[in-house]
Design a protein around this ligand. Sequence first.
Ligand SMILES: [Zn+2]
Length: 191
Amino acid sequence: MPKTIEESFIEYLSSSLPLFQKKSVAYQFQCPYCQTSGKNSKGKPYAPSDAKGYLYPYGNTWNYKCHKCGEHQSFVKFLEAQFPLLHFEYVRQRDQLGTTGFQTNCPSLETILKKRGMLSGQPPEFRTERFHQHHQRPAVPPAAPDAPAAPKVTKLPPMRSPQQQAGHQSRLNHLMKQRQQRHQRRSGELW
Ligand SMILES: [Zn+2]
């Protein structure tokens, strides 16, 4: 029988799982959830038979079960919890085989990427305020004592109208006053 993708991954993991042993159909090893100290209650190292973690085929999938702490999960969840990088690779390979997503025992690569925040339906958010905070102009350093004095800036007077520049403003003011008086006379009551 050809090796399943799960078996290939389990064999790859064997060196990372203490007391790993191949049984007739399952794989036995030290539980990564409850046997991490590697020592029993008497402080002695575990014998191979003390290992309580098992990966075993179940239907068309694989499951993990510990006979000590009772941890029980699918192979893909076990990978996600214990070997996140390998989990990513496993999902990627399953995705290529087309055996992920709806009605399979494995989430799609897209789901995993979204879950890890590596793929988002939203365009990236730019925080302009923070951007500007970080990009404020640095304070001007004080001039060194022997530095030459900065050139003096002469401030120009505000722009004047052509009439003002020609010295006609008083004439304009006079005309405006006359016009105002005519208007007041026409409306009557003042005189
Ligand atoms: Zn356990």
